[in-house]
Design a binder for this molecule. Structure first.
Ligand SMILES: [Zn+2]
Ligand SMILES: [Zn+2]
Length: 430
């Protein structure tokens, strides 16, 4: 709040602050429109192709159903970016100033309008995703402006508690986390959630099912000495999956010539290995214990096993993963997937408005990959905001991420106000 109280109106126009490298507001909006469409069609095209590959559905009917959805989602992102940039310019032109409220208002209105273009089934998921990003960013900002000391191992406990709560509630074998853990440990009917006979047997058809059929171990009933082998097999599957996942995550960097992060790959592999071996082993222990067998349901045994094994995220500490799982679990408990219109739409718009504030005034608080993708969607417009004057007026560390960027050469003096020359340009030359 101390930051907000320091805020003053910034007496410069959109050219001086928001787009000092592009003279015309119309050109800026047009650049953003084409960049956003190009980028989002690539993004959604890739997502829908991956979904087709995982589900194994390549029929013409599926492809013809997919293309309009990919186009619709791309249009939503494009319109959202275009409206945000246009409204920012329009506001500062009408009011002849730039203020705290400028990016907030633009983001709120543009997101509220654009979300209605998105496929309805995706809106709730998108709202949860934005809550995840907004919380993480607000947390970073709080750490920046206060003496708040993070509680040691809090993300570890948050992750373990959220995973346990999620599995305690999960009733569908189509749930992504259930399918993921089921894949890692080769879960069979004797270990599965009470209300679902078997994670394996209800898996979606196609590539996913055939992959699991090939990789899953034979049935494990805890009546022989096969528990150690079962846990070991789960652990090896987790280790290999984690290592491969790490390679996939770092693939874009590797293609750009960056060296692979071996430590991260080993940590991720070890985390998934301990998670999968731990879940299998603890379930076996609880199942074999006569006391637990009679007093605990299979679902409770699974919940306990998931909680204990999830503490292994301490090997691969990630606040981002912990927060994501927390929001996902909270959304499922609040039955967010069935909340009525316009709650998901309003949640999305409010989160976008909060993020727009941070993007403009404190971009260093945003997740780097997310900021980069937003910048590419906007046609590099977000990284070229003139943040030095913003810093002077807002009291935020606005230029921390781009300290070198100051549009001295690009600015056309005929287009800037005498006040800007007097207060910013002359000051910067000194
Ligand atoms: Zn403008
Ligand atoms: Zn067993």
């Amino acid at each position: 709040m101390s930051v907000l109280s320091k805020f003053r109106t910034i007496p410069y126009n959109c050219y001086e602050i928001a787009h000092p490298t592009v003279e015309s507001c119309a050109d800026l909006s047009l650049n953003a429109l084409t960049a956003a469409f190009r980028r989002s069609i690539t993004l959604y095209g890739t997502i829908f192709i991956i979904q087709r590959v995982i589900s194994g559905r390549f029929g013409w009917a599926d492809i013809l159903r997919t293309i309009p959805k990919a186009l619709q989602s791309s249009m939503f992102v494009t319109v959202n970016i275009y409206l945000f940039i246009s409204l920012t310019c329009q506001q500062s032109r009408i009011l002849k100033k730039f203020s705290l409220m400028t990016p907030l208002n633009s983001a709120l209105l543009s997101s509220l309008l654009a979300i209605h273009l998105e496929v309805p089934a995706r809106r709730r998921l998108l709202a949860v995703y934005m809550m995840d990003i907004a919380t993480e960013t607000a947390y970073e900002s709080m750490c920046l402006h206060t003496n708040f000391k993070p509680i040691p191992y809090f993300p570890v406990f948050l992750y373990a508690a959220s995973m346990a709560a999620h599995f305690h509630r999960a009733t569908s074998s189509r749930d992504l986390l259930v399918r993921g853990l089921g894949f890692l440990i080769g879960q069979r009917s004797d270990h599965s959630i009470d209300s679902q006979p078997a994670v394996e047997t209800q898996a979606a058809p196609g590539l996913w099912a055939s992959l699991k059929a090939r990789l899953s171990p034979s049935s494990h009933d805890c009546t022989s000495n096969s528990c150690v082998h079962h846990a070991a097999r789960s652990g090896i599957r987790g280790l290999v999956s984690g290592y491969l996942l790490s390679v996939i995550i770092s693939l874009p960097g590797l293609l750009r010539g960056s060296s692979p992060n071996k430590e991260s790959a080993i940590r991720l592999g070890a985390f998934l290995a301990v998670t999968s071996a731990g879940t299998s082993g603890i379930q076996c222990l609880l199942q074999k214990s006569s006391l637990c067998r009679t007093s605990l349901s299979a679902k409770t045994r699974l919940t306990i096993a998931v909680f204990v094994s999830s503490l292994s995220i301490a090997i691969y500490p990630s606040r981002r993963i912990a927060l994501h799982i927390f929001w996902r679990t909270l959304a499922s408990y609040l039955k967010f997937d069935s909340v009525p219109y316009p709650l998901p739409e309003a949640t999305y718009a409010i989160c976008c408005a909060a993020l727009a504030f941070f993007v403009v005034y404190e971009p260093q608080t945003l997740r780097k990959s997310y900021l980069k993708s937003l910048d590419q969607l906007s046609g590099d417009c977000l990284s070229k905001i003139n943040r030095h004057p913003l810093e002077a007026y807002s009291g935020c560390h606005s230029s921390k991420l781009y300290p070198e960027f100051f549009p001295m050469k690009e600015l056309k003096l005929s287009r800037v106000s005498p006040k800007f020359i007097e207060q910013v340009l002359i000051w910067s030359v000194r």
